[in-house]
Design a protein. Structure first.
Length: 642
């Protein structure tokens, strides 16, 4: 976790770097009229731009291309009162003024004026991440006049005053989908990129983050509070105030359509997190680590690790059984032949008064339409009602390729941190013959869904209970409780797990380690002594089952006995590394959860907390959960430091 002190130090480094870059910036000798910056492209200095008799200053340079002047698009359009929208994918700038619409495409000599093609002698271009447009072409196509005053090196632009009529409508721009800490938001405002920096309205932060707020201090100044940090942004100023300390930014917030556009990367860096902008998909992912995860990431190290031996023995433990719904993982029309389907199911006949269940699911929607996935329970008893006494879970979806980070790691973190969320289905009673919904999830086309749900079911009158737990899918908003079909056939070409096993926890007791001995390593998920979730021992085999060698949905407990014969204080260090493939997960030590970043096998590892052994014996206990999507074996190493 990044401390506030580290945040301030990070921001100070940014401030120093920006100051150095600003003070070192220049456009050549001030006395020179032009400076070549590209083939046929020059920076033109000493030029005055006058619009309707008033001089207009531009903070960015004026360019000269083949004898034509080009101005920075956004600043120029604002100066003449035009409304502009920028298409990031199409590279089209669409500007509207006094009922006329001018559309310019980067590096294209064909523009559109009110929908008709018009030739541009000097096409618009990108320079230092800014869009530049030809001054004369734009002005004259907005019915203006342009005069070049050679002796005074001045451009005089005369434009009609703004009309009272409604401006010409701008062409529609594909809305962005914003994922902020995995919450999916359809943006009604454009994402704007200036000089390589991404800006969005501040309200998307405070509306979609818990305990965040927004307050306009003046009509030019906005206060944004997130996670204990107080940001104050001023329109057109690169000075931000964070917790009453002025900070120099390389970005400049601005007001557009009554909203303060704030620099996304600056906020993400200040709070600690990651930004991934995907303009080709009109999607943006914002991760604020401290607000997204409960545990702390462990810093990974590089270096070889020795070959571990197999865990000598392990055992299934606990009373909570496990239903895995992960095959078919990729949902296609070839595998799902109708608009509704059962993806996984478990038929229960129980003589006990209480049964504990865990449902783990992982599905990728390639059906071409938004679908609903649900967990349902059908009471198949003829005369006994059942009650859901406990129902809590955690679910994540992602249209990103970072499914371990988006889905698997948050689920593992929530389980070990005991942060599963209570569901509305707690307390429902299901009479004989009826079906109730336990939880529902919306799954968009091209998105992956991962979920875990713990459910406790009680027999109301103490008699034998009979019921079926299902994960079901509906493509056309059908009633999920009406889906009673048998689970679809497995995808034989994709060995993702599906089945039911009696417990959802594995415990391994490692051999006693004696302090001062050489390092030893033990391979978890070794497929021999700790692989209990096979196709053969699945409790449900309807239309096929597949084993769960990656231990999806399980917690793995490790006990390490330490012998310290001398009785003198010794320090024991633990390491965890991936074996055979990429690895990621969460680990609980001394009641505290830590997150393991993605590790490359045999070349990367994480060092866990050091343990001080002061007596002659002690047992170190760990609890591990693999992140879905990165299920390869992990290895635990033990060594003495002193």
């Amino acid at each position: 976790m990044i401390s506030r002190k580290e945040i301030r130090r990070f921001i100070s480094i940014i401030m120093i770097a920006v100051v150095l870059s600003v003070t070192g910036m220049g456009y050549g000798n001030a006395s020179a009229a032009t400076q070549q910056v590209g083939k046929g492209l020059y920076v033109k200095s000493g030029v005055t731009i006058e619009i309707n008799g008033e001089s207009v200053k531009f903070t960015d340079p004026i360019l000269n291309k083949d004898g034509s002047l080009l101005l920075p698009m956004r600043a120029f359009y604002e100066a003449i009162g035009a409304t502009v929208k920028w298409g990031q994918t199409s590279k089209v700038a669409s500007a509207s003024r006094n009922g006329k619409l001018v559309e310019l495409t980067i590096d294209s000599s064909v523009a559109k004026v009110n929908g008709k093609n018009v030739t541009v002698s000097v096409p618009p271009l990108l320079y230092k991440y800014r869009t530049y447009v030809p001054l004369r072409f734009v002005s004259e196509n907005f019915d203006g006049q342009v005069i070049w005053n050679q002796p005074k090196q001045k451009v005089e632009i005369t434009l009609d005053k703004f009309a009272e009529e409604e401006p010409a409508p701008l062409p529609p721009v594909d809305p962005y989908v914003l994922h902020i800490n995995n919450k999916r938001v359809m943006m009604s405002d454009p994402v704007i990129v200036k000089q390589g920096r991404t800006y969005i309205p501040a309200n998307y932060f405070y509306e979609n983050i818990e305990n965040a707020s927004e307050n306009w201090l003046t009509d030019q100044q906005l206060e944004l509070q997130i996670a204990g940090l107080n940001f104050v942004f001023t329109n057109g100023s690169n000075i931000a105030v964070i917790n009453e300390e002025p900070i120099l930014m390389s970005e400049i917030p601005f007001i557009q359509s009554g909203k303060m556009y704030v620099p996304v990367h600056f906020i993400v860096n200040a709070l600690g997190g990651n930004l991934r902008n995907m303009p080709e998909k009109s999607e943006m992912y914002i991760y604020l680590t401290d607000l997204m995860f409960h545990g702390e990431f462990i810093e990974k190290s590089s270096g070889p690790t020795s070959l571990p031996v197999l865990v000598p023995n392990a055992r299934l433990e606990g009373t909570r059984n496990l239903l895995i719904s992960d095959n078919p993982e990729t949902l296609t029309s070839n595998l799902i032949s109708s608009s509704t389907a059962t993806l996984a199911q478990y038929d229960i006949q129980s003589a006990s008064s209480m049964k504990e269940h865990r449902v783990f699911g992982w599905h990728y929607n390639q059906l071409g339409k938004t679908s609903m996935i649900g967990i349902t329970i059908q009471n198949t008893s003829a005369n006994n009602s059942i009650e859901v006494t406990n129902s809590k879970g955690y679910a994540k979806t992602s249209g990103n390729s970072w499914i371990n980070y988006d889905i698997g790691l948050p689920i593992a973190d929530a389980v070990l941190s005991e942060k599963l969320k209570n569901s509305d289905s707690v307390g429902i009673v299901i009479p004989p013959g009826e079906t109730k919904t336990i939880e529902t999830f919306e799954l968009y086309p091209g998105y992956t869904l991962g979920f875990i749900q713990d459910i406790d079911v009680r027999s109301v009158n103490g008699a034998n209970s009979s019921y079926t737990i299902r994960t079901v899918l509906a493509q056309n908003k059908e009633d999920l409780t009406s889906i009673h079909s048998e689970q679809v056939s497995i995808d034989k070409f994709a060995a993702h797990p599906r089945g039911v096993w009696p417990q959802s926890s594995i415990t391994a007791d490692l051999p006693t380690y004696t302090t001062g001995s050489p390092e030893v390593g033990y391979n978890l998920s070794n497929g021999k002594t700790d692989h209990f979730l096979t196709e053969q021992n699945s409790l449900s085999k309807i239309n096929g089952s597949v084993g769960n060698p990656g231990h999806f949905g399980l917690t793995y407990k490790v006990n390490i006995p330490i012998l310290n014969p001398s009785g003198e204080e010794k320090v024991v260090k633990l390491k965890l590394a991936g074996r055979g493939g990429l690895y990621s997960g969460a680990i609980k030590m001394n009641g505290k959860v830590h997150l393991i970043p993605t590790l490359k096998p045999s070349t990367e590892y994480v060092e866990l907390s050091e343990y001080r052994i002061s007596g002659q014996s002690e047992t170190i206990s760990l609890e591990i959960m693999h992140a879905g999507g990165a299920n390869m074996p992990a290895a635990i190493y033990v060594e003495t430091v002193n």
